[in-house]
Design a protein. Structure first.
Length: 222
């Protein structure tokens, strides 16, 4: 549906550009006489209106390329077009003002009808495209929340699993107790080493004393 809205915007840009150039050429009296149209007076007002229409044409063409501006610009340009078409039909058919010849009135009425149809079509398409974009964004947000929730549930189930146990981090620089295989505090390890050293020293002293007591004494020489 968005590609169709881009096509409508291009058509809007061409129509606005054509009317803008026509109003920009307001001082060219022979052109208006040839087209059997009423010349805008003063010419400054017509040219200012032409510049505004050319600006809208540029906006419509730019929005047909930039997807972020497509729906918004199409809605604005569409409202401008159908309102302009209604005004033209009211003045030409209802009030018969300005007074135009047959060909000039036919061209003006046809232009008003085209603006009305293109404008209303662009507004409806812009609304449909905007609703689709909102639905797509809402679905993407729901999918993202579900993915995050599933990820959180998976992490929680893995932590509660009986077979899952975090392995203790063993410091390679800390001594390990031969009896339990677990690391011991440095102070305890130092104390154990010192105790083992003291015990070893005492045992060595006792062995030396026993050996001295049990050794045969040399004969007594007077």
């Amino acid at each position: 549906m968005k590609p169709l809205l881009r096509v409508v915007l291009i058509i809007d840009a061409l129509l606005l550009l054509g009317f803008g150039l026509l109003f920009l050429l307001t001082p060219w009296a022979s052109l208006y006489n040839a087209l059997q149209l009423v010349q805008v007076q003063p010419a400054l007002v017509g040219q200012a209106f032409g510049v505004a229409l050319i600006g809208l044409a540029w906006l419509a063409f730019h929005a047909s390329i930039d997807g972020a501006l497509t729906a918004t610009a199409a809605k604005v340009v569409g409202h401008v077009n159908w309102l302009t078409g209604v005004l033209m039909l009211v003045w030409l058919l209802g009030l018969h003002t300005p007074s135009l010849t047959g060909f000039g009135q036919l061209v003006s009425v046809l232009a008003g009808v085209v603006l009305l149809v293109i404008g209303l079509g662009g507004v409806r398409l812009a609304g449909a495209v905007r609703r689709l974009e909102r639905t797509r964004l809402a679905d993407a947000a729901v999918a993202e929340r579900e993915r995050q929730a599933a990820k959180t549930r998976g992490a929680g189930e893995r932590d509660r699993s009986p077979g899952y146990r975090a392995e203790p981090v063993v410091d390679a620089t800390r001594p390990v107790s031969p009896a339990t295989g677990q690391p011991v505090e440095p102070s305890l390890a130092t104390g154990s080493t010192a105790s083992d050293t003291t015990t070893g020293g005492s045992a060595a002293t006792r062995d030396a004393t026993a050996e001295a007591a049990g050794s045969p004494r040399p004969p007594f020489h007077g």
